[in-house]
Ligand binder design. Structure first.
Ligand code: FMN
Length: 173
């Protein structure tokens, strides 16, 4: 699968098998994330790769609380890659978003399902989120949560994409 094909065929997956993601695949996805372009090459983002069930479940509960539900916002996915980025870098939200894009495309190319799950910003403003960062020796106040890329083997077919809207592209030739 080439890059363009991956971009056109990737879909958000919202149902997962409980099977773990092998480490070699996970490492490839993570490496792709680290090669995203970043403003001035500052590499402002970090990726926290969570495969520990207890930590994954705690984060899911925190995300659900922010959303005001009790269901699992991570749709049963066994892996959660949290992307955060340094607030003091002016391009940090763009940088982190591009990392998210790389992660999702690499996952797709490797036969894994993925989905961007929101509310990382709110999560890491809460004491529970800050504690998680501090447990890794990070300065919790220096980072803004950008998104969660959930990963796993899809439990079923990928959905069809919506047709692209009219006037998505304006050409000036
Ligand atoms: C910034 C952003 C936030 C998103 N947040 C969520 C989310 O919290 N939960 C979810 O199920 N999907 C989320 N998505 C996935 C979108 O709903 C999905 O990309 C969109 O419906 C298009 O589907 P596709 O990815 O299959 O093309 C998010 C996507 C983006 C880019």
């Amino acid at each position: 699968m080439n890059a363009t094909e991956a971009m056109l065929t990737r879909r958000s997956i919202r149902s997962y098998l409980p099977d773990p993601v092998p480490d070699d695949l996970l490492n490839k996805v993570l490496e792709a994330g680290t090669y995203a372009a970043t403003g001035r090459g500052a590499q402002s983002p970090i990726i926290i790769a969570i495969t520990n069930r207890e930590v994954r479940d705690k984060l899911s509960a925190l995300n659900a609380r922010i959303m005001g539900t009790e269901s699992d916002p991570f749709y049963g996915a066994p892996v959660v890659l949290v992307v955060l980025a340094r607030k003091d870098v002016p391009t940090h939200v763009y940088d982190g978003s591009l990392v998210m894009g790389n992660l999702m495309l690499a996952a797709h190319e490797l036969g894994l399902g993925s989905c961007w799950i929101h509310r990382a910003k709110e999560e890491f403003e809460l004491p529970e989120g800050k504690e998680l960062l501090e447990s890794l020796g990070l300065d919790a106040d220096a980072y803004e949560g950008i998104g969660h890329c959930i990963l796993g083997y899809p439990a079923g077919e990928a959905p069809e994409p919506k047709p692209r809207k009219e006037n998505y592209v304006y050409r000036i030739a």
